[in-house]
Design a protein around this ligand. Structure first.
Ligand SMILES: Cc1cc2nc3c(=O)[nH]c(=O)nc-3n(C[C@H](O)[C@H](O)[C@H](O)COP(=O)(O)OP(=O)(O)OC[C@H]3O[C@@H](n4cnc5c(N)ncnc54)[C@H](O)[C@@H]3O)c2cc1C
Length: 552
């Protein structure tokens, strides 16, 4: 659909001719999720051309506000985006304007004393991390990669390699500035008090962070555009410049000084996959014990699929490692850091050794292939995520197979259930997933305990090839796993509360979709801010819902 000439001129008046375009070639480059080739999953599923009609690049909150007001006047949909690594950052209808924040990339403040930063939408994790480390601070980074927008991640989703210590994005977000879908500006947290600054998440009135968040995934651009946030920074005892060796695929983080940081890999003496459940339960026991002792900055359980994909340097390397059974099962990975002193690090190491012995675990030795491959190559990367694209290496494609947030015990249950459904589908008469990269696809389960194990997050992934038939199979598998989770009344569904699934799963969660619709209608009366997210105000027909959710 052609973009309205008069709206385009109004945008040019505000932004200047160089910062707005309807050029189809430029717009095409904003038309698909960057880690998937065209034709895979998104088009197959939506049957849509995702090319926007127009792209605008504002340079300030006032310019964002002007764009949103023009959108309200001429009634075109708009999508605020970060780096565009997620489906929900792409148009689902014709005539959409994408707001690209590339020019809003300033770190406005980095407060060493009170440990927070104030940033604009296009500050990446890597940019903030580099500045923070110079002053002995750090920022948790998502597996998506350090190139993504810190603001988009914190105000939308947020799960990290060191969530054991930091929690998810919601726990790291402090104050924010938001241009509402109508063009009004809201400031939340301490900055709602004139002159108080951005240092804290609480201010007068209700805590507005909930306004941006959903079950786990938040507003997804459906509540206007966030133009500034303040976020927590954490202590970093390590080197002020990240040590690396090699280039491109071969690049690894060389060792951190052992008086600042130490890695451990722990296994349990059970047969895999026959006794997978015992192995996971023992890992959970270890996490609970570590939580009680309040030790470590990283504690996570990595399934085979994560270990192989994230550690591989090339496709050949990945398949060689699988052939050589480098990771015969999942492993617990723990990182300790000397936040205060070497003495503290040594104390934590002593406690860890006692706890591992108590739950019957064994430390993986330095000369074992699993240790050499994981700790030697990528463990450090778990803190800064230089390897995100490797997840797509096996088939140039992947999709989350299941996900959940709950207690660690329930996460173990859910991983077992998810793997069981997927293995049965593979072995059953339909042989669903038989052409996916195996055995990766049926050995999932990232256990990511949060905040010393107070709660937990998990995901499993599937690795279909880039072919529409396999994409259909992937959707079928994901649907069946999710259906099982719903049957089990597992709170897995909470993480899927995004877009059409609000309609489907809302009744399980006190009809949250109804209140979300009210919010959307109230604050976005013309349904212009990323329509479809976080919930569509206008879905009423069960048939339409069925179609949108792939029949599940
Ligand atoms: C391989 C891979 C691994 C991943 N692993 C993780 C992980 O471990 N943890 C994790 O948290 N996520 C993960 N993700 C999901 C996602 O990529 C990240 O959450 C990422 O941070 C999104 O950042 P982005 O800059 O690309 O945002 P975008 O994709 O551009 O935007 C995300 C959403 O937020 C909205 N949005 C963006 N900017 C604004 C703004 N200024 N105001 C209002 N709304 C806005 C967009 O409309 C969109 O709906 C992963 C993705 C991939 C492909």
């Amino acid at each position: 659909m052609a973009f309205s000439v008069i709206a385009y001129k109004a945008l040019q008046d505000v932004l200047g001719e160089d910062n707005v375009t309807c050029d189809p070639v430029v717009c095409q480059s904003y038309s698909r999720v960057q880690w998937l080739p065209p034709g895979v999953l998104q088009r197959e599923r939506c049957g849509l051309d995702m090319r926007p009609a127009c792209v605008a690049m504002p340079n300030s909150t006032e310019e964002v506000q002007a764009i949103v007001k023009i959108a309200n006047r001429y009634k075109f949909p708009f999508i605020p985006r970060g780096s565009g690594f997620t489906f929900s950052a792409f148009p689902t209808m014709a005539g959409t304007l994408v707001i690209d924040p590339k020019r809003m990339n300033r770190i406005i403040e980095l407060d060493e004393q009170d440990m927070y930063a104030v940033i604009e939408p296009y500050v990446s994790f890597v940019g903030l991390q580099a500045e923070a480390m110079k002053v002995g601070l750090t920022v948790p980074t998502p597996l998506a990669g350090a190139h993504v927008s810190c603001l988009a991640n914190y105000s939308w989703h947020g799960a990290y390699g060191n969530s054991w210590l930091t929690g998810i994005g919601a726990q790291n977000l402090l104050g924010f500035e938001l241009v509402l879908p109508t063009g009004d500006i809201v400031r939340s947290g301490s900055m709602a008090c004139p002159g108080a600054g951005y240092f804290w998440n609480d201010g007068p009135g209700p805590d507005l962070r909930g306004f941006l968040r959903g079950g786990m995934f938040g507003h997804a651009g459906g509540m206007g555009m966030v133009t500034k946030i303040s976020c927590k920074l954490w202590q970093w005892p390590g080197p002020s410049v990240w040590p690396t060796k090699g280039n491109a695929n071969e690049k690894t983080s060389s060792g951190f000084p052992t008086d600042q940081f130490r890695w451990y890999m722990i296994k349990f003496p059970y047969r895999y996959p026959e006794e997978e459940e015992m192995e996971l339960k023992k890992s959970a026991e270890l996490f609970y014990e570590m939580g009680k002792a309040e030790i470590a900055c990283v504690a996570t359980h990595l399934a085979k699929q994560f270990l192989y994909t994230y550690s591989s340097q090339t496709k050949q390397d990945l398949f060689d490692n699988m052939k050589n059974n480098v990771f015969p099962c999942g492993f617990v990975v723990v990182g300790l850091q000397a936040v205060t002193s070497l003495k503290q690090l040594e104390y934590e190491e002593k406690v860890l050794k006692e706890l591992v012995a108590k739950v019957g675990g064994l430390f993986v030795q330095e000369d074992e292939p699993a240790y050499r491959t994981w700790i030697g190559r990528v463990a450090n990367e778990w803190l800064r995520f230089g390897n995100a694209q490797r997840l797509a290496r096996p088939s140039d494609n992947f999709s989350i197979g299941s996900s959940n947030v709950d207690s660690i015990d329930m996460i173990v249950f859910d991983i077992m259930e998810g793997n069981k459904v997927e293995r049965e589908l593979l072995e059953g008469p339909e042989h669903l997933g038989k052409d996916f990269v195996q055995p990766l696809s049926v050995h999932g389960g990232w256990i990511s305990p949060q905040e010393y194990g107070y709660w937990c997050l998990m995901t499993t992934d599937v690795f279909p090839e880039q072919a529409p038939e396999q994409a259909k199979e992937a959707i079928e598998i994901i649907g069946r796993v999710t259906r099982k989770q719903v049957e089990n009344k597992s709170s897995a569904a909470v993480i899927h509360l995004l877009g059409p699934s609000y309609e489907m799963l809302g009744p399980m969660f006190g009809n949250i979709h109804l209140i979300m619709k009210k919010f959307k209608t109230e604050f976005d009366p013309y349904n212009l801010s990323n329509p479809g997210y976080a919930v569509r105000p206008d879905v009423v027909s069960p048939a339409e819902l069925q179609k949108m959710t792939g029949g599940h």
